[in-house]
Design a protein around this ligand. Structure first.
Ligand code: SAM
Length: 248
């Protein structure tokens, strides 16, 4: 049956691709890629020759139906992104939603994602976590979004790019205070892989003082707050209202 395969590719080290991913990429009729030139390098490395088509955030809405029509005609398509698992802070959501709505078979070919890779080595609680992806670019919007996690008890995971790492650490310091514990996972699976956990204040000092630590790709993992054993303020308020009603 012709299908849409959602294929995870490496986030750095080219060996981090599954045997099944290679098999599928060699078998499909077309590969839809976020950046065809970027993905062509990986395909050359793997010896994959399928025709490439561009599917990125700017054309996803226009192109998706045409891709689905091809699958309905019996052609199989693999979707890949520049790195890691498609749809995870990457294009593909619209295509997959449309495919499923139209009864086209969507098959996951799982593999790496930076969020899980970082969490697995962070040393932070990993039983419950929140993935927030990229923060808003502007400092005001960023601070507002960060404030939503002020009392979050789960580990909170963010993606960040080199242009914004310094500003984001500053915003986090402002919102959570310099004592809050954070883990920075930089350049995972690559030559300059760095995984460092410390207080926000100490990490800021370290990153601000070393230009090398501002380069590359980042996952930021924020430790959650300890769940308070007290009755919540909401419950206290409720109790107070009840008591007041009873008073003469
Ligand atoms: N689809 C990808 C995934 O499954 O992780 C994420 C794509 S998103 C456009 C790119 C962001 O992912 C980067 O800015 C960074 O936050 C994170 N990322 C990707 N590769 C990474 C790596 N090798 N080390 C650290 N972070 C990485």
């Amino acid at each position: 049956e012709a299908s849409l395969y959602i294929v995870a590719t490496p986030i750095g080290n080219l060996d981090d691709i599954t045997l099944r991913a290679v098999e599928i990429l060699k078998k499909v009729d077309f590969i839809a890629a976020e950046d065809t030139r970027h993905s062509q390098r990986l395909m050359n490395h793997l010896g994959v020759t399928a025709r490439m088509m561009a599917l990125h955030e700017h054309n996803e809405r226009d192109k998706s139906q045409a891709l689905i029509d091809k699958i309905k005609e019996g052609k199989s398509i693999a979707l890949v992104s520049d790195a890691g698992t498609p749809l995870i802070s990457d294009p593909g959501y619209f295509l997959v939603k449309l495919a499923r709505e139209q009864g086209v078979r969507v098959v996951p070919i799982p593999g790496v994602s930076a969020v899980v890779t970082a969490l697995s080595v962070s040393g932070l609680p990993s039983d419950r976590f929140v993935f927030e992806g990229f923060l808003p670019a502007k400092q005001g919007g960023k601070i507002k979004r960060l404030e939503a996690f002020l009392y979050e008890t789960r580990t909170v995971i963010f993606y960040e790019s080199p242009h914004r790492i310094v500003d984001t650490l500053e915003a986090m310091d402002e919102v959570y205070g310099s004592e809050r514990y954070l883990v920075i996972a930089r350049e995972l699976t690559k030559t300059f892989e760095t995984i460092k956990g410390d207080s926000l204040g100490a990490l800021r000092e370290w990153v601000d003082g070393d230009l090398n630590q501002q380069k590359g790709e980042f996952v930021l993992l924020l430790e959650g707050v300890v769940e308070s054993p007290d009755v919540s303020t909401i419950e206290q308020d409720k109790m107070l209202t009840l008591l007041m009603a009873e008073m003469p």
